[in-house]
Design a protein around this ligand. Structure first.
Ligand code: WTA
Length: 661
């Protein structure tokens, strides 16, 4: 058994826990964390059985953990019956009906709508009855392609109520991406909106959905939220306005008794190869993990107003905007807009208007706001804030300090949380008021989590002051169980690189104090503005253009996005006379259309050949270095089949944005 993370020598970079929060924290001291951590590792079943008591079970589990690591088969809380929607809604509607469950911050500043737990129960019940009327039953999949409107939360919880599996697709994805996800999940119903205001733009969600579902016979209905007055094409017999449907149905709907291991949702995530994978989370383990991590990591208190700026289309939205806060009866903010609309003061305005106590956001958003200067922040009060948190990508130490010093006025702890779509909830994180922090480090493992660093040969690296591939030695309740319909791919993706260990795809350093520092992806996944993007996906989008012969996509350091996308492309002979400017424009449009705006390459370099070995393998590492401007050490150039390719690449090299720290 591994022991709890070792004692920490104070260093000048260490931010001491804040007294202001220690008085209320669930865990009172670092020693208490270490003791509980040790218990969670030595007696995981006892630890998680205790945590599971925070939920309401129709029938308690008889077994806490049943794992067959050889089959990569993990089940938690077997025998337990429960319902996610009941736990998020009904039990609070009974004990505190008038408490705000969701505060919707609409796209236009100053416009809010409060949804109490009582309201939420009625709306969720109505949507559940609408879904039922359209044939949705336990186990069916429902695809949700919505902007950040309350109906998004209602529909997710309505699916959970019926035992249907929701698959939320970020409303910034293209028709092609949406279609792919509808097909893979076999969704029966699609829920969308006529359009979605987002900052200065309006996303034509219905028009995109129409293109996505054209000719698909598997869909029995498309339900359309009326977000604005704009009229859209409605196909009779297939498309229904959700408000009209809701008005026809009752607000009460019984909650299905689900088994712990029944699926709760699918969420697609990019990987290093192939198409996005349908990461599948189940009911009992996910909910216990969401509730436990939300309670400890955010030090959840009864009067909190939890403001998570993530979109529901990502796992952060699922776990820490919807499920975690609602399970704990916390008021959660559903933010329809973007941090820079109408100006860079928007987040602080929402914080002040709603007296938000917790702000959970992404380093990308902070980097964009820093650029606009401190005045936007200083103009606001922010006195309600007591905790700041980030996720999704490494946070540069100077961005961390700005968040801590300027936004939090040195008053609020900053928790940098490391996790993934597949992990369901946070795995490496400080506990506020307890863990001394170092800017840029996600610090120490959460309860029940055993990180390992492994070298490229699969040997576990012991001790501190070391770096390696970040793996997890054991399962935890929030772990994804499989990729929907592709268990073998699940095994190959996560458990084949290092047998019997879950491989995260991230590189990591464990410093002298045992603190973890995520150094970024070590596979072919890019983390662009905190969004995961497979280089292979962007390459397939590019080669689908008639002019493209070959494409290689790599990341490079980007001031705001963390990682920028750079594509090296060769064009077919008949297109070589085309203007570079037009070609670059067309290719950017191609990627935007195939995947969505988040994948648009920042740079496209058209070259006459890609650097390859004699056996035809593209030397990506070399391209990565060229794109990043690291020209001193390009590796062994003698393996190049055609050295003149390199001369051309170097001649085309342009200075790139350097990271801020
Ligand atoms: C990265 C997002 C550094 C990491 C919750 C991971 C981070 C990927 C952090 C998962 C962090 C997430 N510090 N890197 N605090 N949090 N990442 O699935 O590379 O969208 O593998 O989940 O984001 O992205 P995903």
């Amino acid at each position: 058994m591994r022991s709890a993370p070792g004692p920490m020598a104070p260093s000048q970079d260490l931010f001491a826990p804040k007294d202001s929060i220690r008085r209320t924290a669930h865990i009172q001291s670092l020693e208490e964390y270490q003791r509980l951590y040790r218990q969670s590792i030595e007696q995981p079943e006892e630890f998680w059985a205790e945590q599971a008591k925070a939920l309401t079970w129709f029938h308690p589990p008889h077994t806490i953990l049943d794992a067959d690591p050889n089959q990569v088969d993990f089940s938690w809380f077997n025998g337990g019956r429960l319902n996610a929607s009941f736990n998020c809604v009904d039990r609070h509607a009974k004990t505190r009906p008038g408490k705000p469950a969701i505060i919707w911050a609409k796209n236009e500043p100053g416009e809010y709508e409060v949804i109490t737990f009582r309201d939420l129960q009625h709306h969720v019940g109505r949507v559940a009855n609408v879904l039922k009327a359209h044939g949705v039953r336990k186990g069916d999949r429902v695809c949700i392609y919505l902007p950040m409107v309350p109906e998004l939360a209602y529909t997710m919880l309505a699916c959970a109520r019926l035992g249907a599996v929701h698959s939320v697709v970020f409303a910034g994805f293209s028709a092609e991406s949406l279609r792919e996800r509808i097909l893979d999940s076999g969704a029966k119903v699609l829920v969308t909106a006529n359009e979605g205001p987002r900052g200065p733009k309006r996303i034509p969600t219905k028009a995109i959905a129409d293109e996505a579902v054209e000719g698909l016979s598997q869909l029995e209905a498309v339900l359309v939220v009326r977000r604005t007055a704009t009229e859209v094409n409605m196909q009779p017999g297939r498309d229904f306005w959700l408000d009209a449907e809701m008005a026809r149905h009752r607000g009460t709907c019984p909650a299905e008794w689900m088994d712990s291991e029944d699926p709760l949702f699918i969420l697609y995530a990019s990987g290093s190869t192939g198409k996005p994978k349908g990461v599948l989370h189940t009911t009992g383990g996910y909910l216990v993990y969401a509730a436990t991590t939300h309670r400890y990591v955010f030090d959840a208190q009864p009067d909190d107003v939890h403001f998570c700026t993530a979109d529901m289309g990502w796992i952060t939205g699922h776990t820490y905007l919807l499920y975690g806060p609602l399970l704990n009866g916390t008021t959660t903010v559903l933010f329809e807009s973007i941090p820079t609309y109408p100006d860079a003061g928007r987040l602080w305005r929402v914080v002040d208007d709603l007296k938000a106590t917790i702000l959970y956001t992404a380093p990308t958003a902070l980097r964009a706001l820093i650029r606009e200067g401190d005045t936007w922040v200083l103009k606001s009060s922010r006195q309600s804030l007591r905790l700041l948190a980030t996720a999704g990508e490494p946070i540069n130490p100077e961005v961390w300090r700005w968040f801590h010093d300027v936004v939090g006025e040195g008053r609020c702890p900053v928790v940098d949380t490391w996790w993934q779509t597949e992990t369901g909830g946070v795995l490496i994180t400080p506990l506020p008021g307890v863990t001394p922090c170092k800017p840029g480090s996600a610090t120490l493992p959460f309860f029940g989590v055993e990180p390992l660093l492994v070298d490229d040969e699969g040997r576990v690296i012991q001790g501190n002051g070391v770096s390696g591939n970040l793996c997890l030695a054991r399962t935890w309740p929030g772990q994804a169980r499989t990729l929907y319909g592709h268990h073998q791919r699940f095994v190959e993706t996560y458990y084949s690189r290092f047998p019997r260990l879950y491989f995260t795809g991230d590189g990591c350093r464990r410093d002298e104090d045992g603190y973890y520092w995520i150094t970024g992806r070590v596979d072919d996944v890019l983390n662009v503005s905190g969004h995961r993007l497979g280089t292979a996906e962007v390459e397939s989008a590019l080669v689908a253009h008639e002019a493209v012969a070959e494409a290689a996509v790599v990341g490079f350091p980007h001031d705001i996005k963390g990682t920028g996308v750079c594509a090296f492309v060769t064009v077919k002979p008949e297109w070589q006379e085309a203007s570079t400017e037009q070609m670059v424009g067309a290719l950017k449009e191609q990627v935007r259309h195939a995947i969505g705006p988040i994948a648009t390459p920042d740079r496209i370099v058209i070259v006459s050949g890609l650097p390859k070995t004699r056996s035809g393998k593209i030397l990506r590492r070399m391209l990565r270095k060229i794109a990043s401007g690291e020209l001193d050490n390009l590796g062994d150039t003698t393996t190049l089949a055609d050295p003149s390719v390199l001369d051309e690449l170097l001649a085309r090299q342009q200075p790139v944005a350097r990271p801020r720290s």
